[in-house]
Design a protein around this ligand. Structure first.
Ligand SMILES: *Cc1c(COP(=O)(O)O)cnc(C)c1O
Length: 512
């Protein structure tokens, strides 16, 4: 192939100029990545929002004539990479936002360069088979029967939770002789109910809304001290719903809540779901990775009894975004999604066994994210993977101990996985009330971010504003975390002084 020489260096293909350009630019890109991102000595540059937005405001998005790649990379390094949250920095620990494994980043390059689309076999031959192998492996990891189970890679937990509830809704309505795919929502749709704990992810409500059931369909069950769904209250709520003529059809268990990492009592929820004919969907977006750990896999006991499972790999599996999966215990249930498009997955293909994955997903064109997990698992190996996950849980447990020992800090709950929620407690003599304490914790968090010292999260727990560490980074050490805690105490004391003076100013103003 000669190709149109006018464009050859813009695409990767067989010619020498194309490959030379690619190699040179990839090398330059790597240099910029190492210089402007990997070498960062702070978790965030601390640049102010205004200053950062002016950089992009003042630059044309689409210039008339292109910019040389070398120059463009310098800009991207200096303006974008340099002002990113540095995910691999030990003090970057706000969210379920992980440093990606090198294997994942390398895979990302390969999959975007080869660009298979997972919807049809003729766009993704080897990729289709790899994804299916990884799905089967995952199904077994969670205790599903390999031949009966199925699943698909998704953009993440949001999409996976939506799929679980979509199938749950359609499965329930089918039992009433109603085909939602064909007929739309049944007349009694506004009586359908989904149960989950009050710590379940907001995407349960979002899914209910998108599924046409309304957020009113979601009934939340209070959690216990440890943040787990109260089984006794689940039973009484179910009885009440039935008495009111409402139609509970799905139970969402959470294996790893966002704030406390709590895991609902899965075996008990499964027993209730079975008895009451509810679809059990387990949202293991966060906690699913525990299945790899030899020390902590027991926390997921009972997960195999779920009808469907959400698991994210761009959290505790250290994959670059996006990477998640939806798993289904019984592949028959995929029939609620099935549609045939003549150009993608004609019925004849099914008959001769050509795998077109479009029927397993709500996406059409779809990324080959499975390659990232596949390469990571193969390169790292199960033992080392488990060690990494265990290290982060250990780190969270030790961090909680440090917090308990610090007079100025209060731990809200013992960590289950690797989030640690705590707050800075103003001293009693400063006279700050609860609202003052909330404001103080907010200011501590903002000050850490603006100073580029640490990226920590702020959340509400037990009615109070708290700080949260999400310790996903296997490279972080207790020394790193101790340093951040020391900064928090130091900054807390400074800001507390400042707030007390502000209050005194106001007090004097009132008096005069
Ligand atoms: C992160 C998370 C989600 C949402 O997943 P995305 O990958 O962000 O779409 C849902 N549920 C839980 C428990 C989560 O932790």
């Amino acid at each position: 192939m000669m190709g149109n020489t006018r464009f050859t260096t813009h695409f990767l293909h067989e010619t020498e100029p194309s490959q030379a350009a690619f190699l040179q630019h990839m090398n330059e890109a790597v240099d910029v990545l190492l210089r402007d991102f990997a070498s960062a000595d702070k978790p965030y540059s601390g640049i102010a929002l205004d200053e950062l937005s002016s950089i992009f405001r003042n630059r044309p998005v689409c210039p008339r004539e292109g910019v040389a790649m070398e120059e463009l990379l310098q800009f991207v390094g200096g303006a974008i990479l340099k002002h990113s949250a540095v995910v691999h920095h030990p003090a970057c620990m706000a969210h379920l936002h992980c440093p990606p494994l090198q294997a994942s980043v390398i895979a990302e390059t390969l999959l975007s360069a080869s660009n298979p689309s997972m919807d049809s076999w003729d766009q993704s031959m080897s990729a289709t088979l790899v994804e299916q192998e990884v799905i089967k492996w995952l199904a077994e990891l969670f205790g599903y029967a390999r031949e009966q189970a199925d699943g698909v890679f998704t953009s993440g937990g949001t999409q996976s939770n939506f799929m679980g509830l979509l199938l749950a809704r359609d499965h329930y309505c089918e039992q009433w002789g109603w085909n939602v795919q064909q007929q739309g929502l049944p007349p009694l749709a506004n009586r359908l109910r989904i149960l989950c704990s009050d710590a379940a992810h907001f995407t349960v409500r979002q899914s209910a809304a998108i599924l046409g059931l309304g957020q009113q369909a979601v009934v939340t069950i209070p959690t216990d001290e440890a943040g787990r769904m109260r089984v006794d209250l689940l039973e009484t709520t179910l009885a009440r719903l039935h008495k009111e003529g409402l139609l509970p059809f799905a139970l969402v268990a959470t294996a790893g809540t966002t704030d406390f990492g709590s895991i609902d009592p899965l075996p008990q929820l499964a027993a209730i779901a079975r008895r009451q004919g509810l679809w059990l969907h387990t949202d293991a977006a966060f906690g699913g990775a525990l299945a790899l750990s030899s020390r902590h896999a027991g926390l997921l006991e009972g997960i195999a009894l779920s009808d469907s499972i959400t698991v994210d790999f761009h959290k505790l599996f250290y994959q670059s975004i996006s990477c998640g999966a939806f798993l289904l215990r019984d592949r028959q249930h995929y029939r609620y999604l099935r549609l045939h498009a003549e150009y993608l997955n004609p019925v004849e293909d099914d008959e001769v066994g050509v795998p077109n994955l479009v029927g397993k997903s709500i996406q059409t064109t779809r990324r080959f994210d499975a390659l990232k997990l596949y390469m990571s698992l193969q390169h790292i190996g199960r033992d080392r993977f488990a060690e990494m996950i265990d290290h982060t849980l250990q780190l969270a447990a030790e961090t909680a101990e440090l917090i308990k020992r610090a007079a100025e800090l209060e731990l809200l709950a013992e960590p289950t996985i690797n989030t640690v929620v705590f707050s800075y407690m103003p001293s009693t003599i400063s006279g700050l009330d609860d609202r003052g304490a909330d404001e103080l914790n907010r200011r501590i968090r903002d000050c850490l971010l603006e100073g580029g010292m640490a990226v920590v999260a702020r959340t509400k727990a037990r009615g109070r504003t708290c700080l949260k560490f999400t310790l996903l980074n296997p490279v972080a050490t207790l020394q790193d975390i101790r340093a951040v805690l020391q900064s928090i105490v130091y900054i807390g004391q400074e800001l507390e002084q400042q707030m007390v003076s502000e209050l005194m100013e106001i007090g004097r103003g009132d008096a005069s």
